[in-house]
Design a binder for this molecule. Sequence first.
Ligand SMILES: [Zn+2]
Length: 434
Amino acid sequence: MRRSILLVLAALALLTPTHPTFAQKKFITRENVSRILKALSADDKMGRPSMEPAVMEKSIVFIEGEFKRIGLAPLDGLKSFRQEFTQDAIAGSTIAITANNKMIEKSDVIVYSSKDNFRWNSAANVYRIKKSDNPAQLFRRYSQDTTDAIVLIDTTHAKAFKAFQSRFAKKRILNASSKSGTKVFVLSTDTLIAALDVAVSQRKEKLVLTNVVGQLKANVATNESVIFSGHYDHLGILPPTEGDSIANGADDDASGVTAVIMLAEHFKKQKERRRNLIFVAFTAEEIGGFGARYFSSNLNPNDMVAMFNIEMIGKVSKWGPNAAFITGFERSDFGTILQQNLQGSAFTFHPDPYIAQNLFYRSDNATLARLGVPAHTISTDQIDTDKLYHTVNDEFESIDISNMTEIIRAIAQSASTIVNGNAKPTRIDTSKVD
Ligand SMILES: [Zn+2]
């Protein structure tokens, strides 16, 4: 079903006249888009799990190779395209728990804590996720809650529980800025805790994580820079569905990284570059945006004129082909500038139509926006109905290469006046950013 719909849409895309400039057509090719996306979403990248640096190495080497082929330079102060940083992580835990004098199986427990060790003989707070509750919503709320608590999850939510567990049982970054209290989630038919004994010890380790960053210097002396970004990490291995367990993340966000590489190739060939262009493939977006946080802590936000963050442009938008949307549209005039640069073309960029989804805060642009940078995400994803999102089925075969190539050409065209220095988006009001 999906395949035939995609074929129809692809056929429509071919029938729609587009007028990209010669340069966009010449340097942003369908062949390269397909080749890069295929490589980044191949099974040998193992779903690009940021918590497994040894596994990530293949993806890093691939992106470095592209930056080198195109002729980018390392960022000022770096010797290579690698921007490395360390994070403390929890690598594993030992859990012994009895509740109401019953031993609880480790498979029925999720510990969410930044402590090395803790022992509880009574519960300060007991929360419940009842049969009638939305488990995903409450799981998120309780894990962010600042108190220490036991959370009893009704056994009817066993499937959702296992999904959380597969996420939390993995190695996890210790978020120093997080104020979350310790939570012990227990899958149980009990609704009260009369007696409790919890003993947990967690093993910590230091992880080296890597953003891949290249730049093209302006052909005039300037401190002003424009950032093009996507995140190359994804979810790694998920519980198997029909024999497949690799979350290839073709759309999320190999498509964005492919765009970043293609835009680098395009702008390398342009003579009118009056701002420095920074091309970055972030790590650790999916687990909390740690790559973008480190990146932003090493630059002067006042020099950053705009950030084009690109997320999930591999499928046709709700408006059909040749269209995309911009998150946080009303927060600066970035989107209006892009629209002006697309006037007379077949491309349309719209304000984000999925406001309830909070997409402005769900990607790396938010980190830069908090510093005042006009930092927005460009996407085509129909996030409200996307059945492939964060599943093992987000694969190369589901991507509309033809439309994706056109969208990258559109981004190149939409950025032209920001790159050549003729337009400067208004800053984002940081007092209005959460
Ligand atoms: Zn993403």
